[in-house]
Write a protein that binds this ligand. Structure first.
Ligand code: SF4
Length: 272
């Protein structure tokens, strides 16, 4: 749980899809801040983080009144044309405090009532399984993408110790898929993994997306370099995993068990 929890009433919720997300009309963040505080999180370098005193990962703002606001904004946006939503771009929609606050669930309920043309749900949390009933009501207008950066827990703990364990995320993918919710496993940022990683994922998903710092941090890897992430690889003697060509080596491994159509790379794998 973050050390600082604030309750705020936002004036707007739906943001225009820009940059990496320009394939979407909107992005939607139920919270500001993120308790998972991943070391590589590029949001650390954005104004939302740099204008705050507390370090990224130590504070979360809960957006109160979000469902009513979304209902109004969604109705207005839908009256103007197609609405495609990426949820979420600068937080994880399943914050630990979501267990009590249920902001994300209230937003999903609004979207079941007033469905956007497409909703992409991006998370690292097994809590997504709680909302399977709502995802199912959105039929093929939704994809739930679970981040699985690596199959190695020791690596996960080194880079993102406060994020949920890999095993729970895989279990949730299994439950989502079994229920019939469109899913994908997102290896982003790709972290050092074992040779068996592709075989492991094959048991859970039939679609994967691979992304790295150099394609996915919005600055060709500069933001990640500024965060000192290279040093975290050096501590492990695994610098060879921190190279712009590493993703191509990983793709080769995944081609052993996934078809070309099942493997998506960077931005394309997140699009509607
Ligand atoms: S879960 Fe996502 S938003 Fe949260 S700290 Fe990690 S990368 Fe950033």
């Amino acid at each position: 749980m973050p050390s600082e929890l604030l309750y705020k009433y936002p004036k707007t919720l739906l943001n225009k899809g820009t940059g990496f997300l320009s394939g979407y009309t909107h992005s939607l963040n139920p919270y500001t801040g993120c308790a998972y505080g991943c070391s590589f999180c590029y949001v650390r370098q954005m104004p939302v983080s740099t204008f705050r005193d507390g370090e990224w990962g130590t504070w979360v703002d809960v957006k109160k009144g979000a469902a009513d606001l979304l209902q109004k904004e969604l109705k207005r946006a839908k009256s103007k044309g197609e609405v495609t939503i990426f949820m979420s771009s600068s937080t994880d929609l399943y914050q630990p405090v979501e267990h009590e606050e249920r902001i994300t669930r209230s937003l999903l309920e609004v979207m079941v009532e007033h469905p956007p043309d497409f909703l992409f749900v991006q998370t690292r949390s097994p809590m997504a399984r709680r909302d399977i009933d709502l995802f199912l009501q959105m039929e093929d207008r939704i994809r739930v993408s679970m981040t699985i950066e690596t199959d190695r827990e020791d690596i996960r703990k080194h880079f993102t110790p406060d994020a949920p364990a890999i095993r729970g995320r895989l279990k949730t993918l299994q439950l989502l898929r079994k229920a019939g919710v469109p899913t994908q496993a997102t290896i982003a940022p790709l972290l050092p993994s074992s040779r068996e990683f592709p075989d492991l994922l094959k048991a859970y998903v039939d679609r994967i997306c691979i992304d790295d710092y150099f394609m996915g941090d919005g600055s060709g890897g500069r933001r990640t370099e500024n965060l000192g992430i290279r040093g975290k690889y050096e501590e492990l003697g695994l610098e060879k995993w921190y190279e712009p060509i590493t993703y191509q080596k990983l793709i080769k491994r995944f081609r052993r068990v996934f078809s070309e159509e099942q493997i998506h790379v960077s931005r394309e794998g997140f699009m509607p």
